[in-house]
Design a binder for this molecule. Structure first.
Ligand SMILES: [Zn+2]
Length: 479
């Protein structure tokens, strides 16, 4: 009997990794049946979670036959190089845009881990001697050869009993849900892994939506594994742009700069286009914008390449303003030399840098330098997982630890949740109502415990579905 085992994103929003084993439920050798991982993400945030990145998968990595990847966020793809390092040799299936994004984010992740290990070794700040990277830049680059592009709605037969296809999730560029068909004893079962679910089609309540709007509707499934990030939240429904413009104007007037932790791909481009439009409309001054990321230029190129993914609003912005690489007041800092120059800038500017939850990357230098100055503004435009520096700063803490030092937080902090790429509870329920029939069971993953259990209750009440909150390492039979 086939089973699913939740290896990550159970009880937390990171480390998405779900094993499907088509063989016997008590098989831990991985030799019975076909083994597939749906997503292979990295744990981020609190140490308790990050330490799980060092644990192996419960079956030998070389017995995993394939990976099906929903999208290119690190909490879904960031553990792939580690799986390969542990012996995985199979194909990794993803959409073409996801593959292009992984070619940027995975080597960057390897580079960051090498840098971190280096830093801890130089400063003797780790209990582990020597501190090691989870994987290196070279190892991350090497695994890119195993990626296989799969177009949306193209069916791929992986084994006699297992096939899958991708449908749109409308979360980020290239993002998909995986519909998996399992055929055992001549009985077909449809499993739907939602990955992360994007927002509704209404541009006014989710302005700047880059990708194809709205997740695929009318899904049919016997078993659903579904995200629950915003399972207990409702996004604000007002247009964030007037308040955003006001906050930036006030910062510039007092001589401060605006620091924006943001994922380098898509979120950064979306925000840069929004700033451009606010400048063109005269709502904010034409101050310099720095996109500080080693991936910055490549990210824009990937973004501009995948026209098939755009929403109407994105098409309009690109045809009106062209490529951000040609805009006079926007600088893309790829090298660390260029990055350091931004630190010297004493005039008001906007600095957009990753990582989006301030867990690593160049944003840390900018935060360490600019958080103590009350003239500055730190702007959060993305989800901050508990335990991350982003969450600590956003929660009003007086100080935060960066590079082993406590940095006082005196800058103004502002949070805009309208830019989220995750559907909120009403949007999730709206989408679930498009299912023509009830799945036998739905497992909720990718949510903090409170979010997952509140979404379970809302789904039970609103839809009458059988919903359970997935537990870490729990095995569930596919019947
Ligand atoms: Zn995501």
């Amino acid at each position: 009997m086939a089973y699913i085992q939740f290896l990550g994103a159970a009880g937390t929003v990171t480390g998405s990794k779900h094993l499907i084993n088509t063989g016997a439920a008590d098989d831990s050798s991985g030799t019975a049946g076909f083994q597939v991982l749906v997503d292979c993400g990295m744990f981020q945030g609190q140490k308790e979670w990050r330490e799980r990145n060092w644990q192996d998968v419960p079956i030998p990595a070389d017995k995993v036959d394939a990976v099906i990847l929903t999208h290119a966020h690190l909490d879904h793809c960031g553990w792939i190089p580690r799986l390969v390092k542990q012996g995985f040799r199979g194909p990794i299936y993803a959409t073409p845009a996801t593959i292009d994004l992984c070619a940027i984010v995975l080597p960057d992740s390897g580079h960051l881990q090498e840098e971190d290990a280096d830093f801890y070794n130089r400063h003797q700040k780790s209990k582990h001697h020597p501190a090691l990277p989870l994987y290196t830049l070279a190892e991350a680059e090497a695994c890119l050869q195993s990626f296989k592009p799969v177009a949306f709605e193209q069916t791929i037969q992986l084994s006699p009993e297992l096939s899958f296809r991708f449908v749109r999730a409308a979360h980020i560029l290239g993002s998909s849900m995986a519909e998996i068909t399992l055929t055992t004893n001549r009985q077909g079962k449809r499993l739907l892994f939602t990955g992360d679910i994007g927002r509704v089609r209404n541009q006014n309540i989710a302005p700047g939506k880059v990708v194809h709007s709205g997740p695929n509707e009318g899904e049919i499934a016997d078993l659903v594994v579904m995200e629950s990030t915003y399972g207990n939240r409702t996004h604000p429904t007002d247009d964030p742009r007037p308040k955003l413009a006001e906050a930036i104007r006030e910062t510039v007037e007092r001589g401060g700069s605006v620091i924006v932790p943001a994922f380098a791909i898509e979120r950064t481009q979306k925000f840069v286009f929004m700033l451009k439009e606010l400048m063109e409309l005269g709502q904010i001054p034409r101050i310099p914008i720095y996109c500080d990321s080693p991936m910055a230029i490549k990210a824009v190129q990937v973004f501009l390449k995948h026209t098939e993914e755009y929403s109407e609003a994105t098409k309009r912005l690109i045809s009106q303003y062209g490529s951000p690489l040609t805009w006079p007041n926007v600088t893309f800092a790829s090298t660390s030399q260029e990055s350091k120059k931004i630190n010297d800038s004493r005039f008001p500017c906007v600095i957009i840098s990753s990582s989006g939850m301030a867990t690593g990357g160049r944003i840390l230098h900018h935060l360490a330098q600019r958080l103590p100055d009350p003239r500055n503004l730190v702007l959060f435009i993305g989800f901050q997982a508990p335990g991350t520096r982003g969450f600590i700063i956003k929660s009003g803490a007086p100080e935060v630890k960066i590079f082993g030092e406590m940095i006082p937080i005196r800058a103004q902090i502002a949070v805009f949740e309208q830019f989220s790429d995750h559907a909120d509870t009403p949007e999730l329920l709206h989408w679930l109502h498009t299912f023509p029939q009830k799945p036998a069971v739905t497992y909720l993953v990718h949510g903090e415990p409170a979010a997952a259990s509140q979404l379970r209750d809302a789904m039970t009440k609103d839809l009458g579905w059988n919903v359970q909150v997935a537990q870490w390492l729990q095995k569930v039979n596919v019947q």
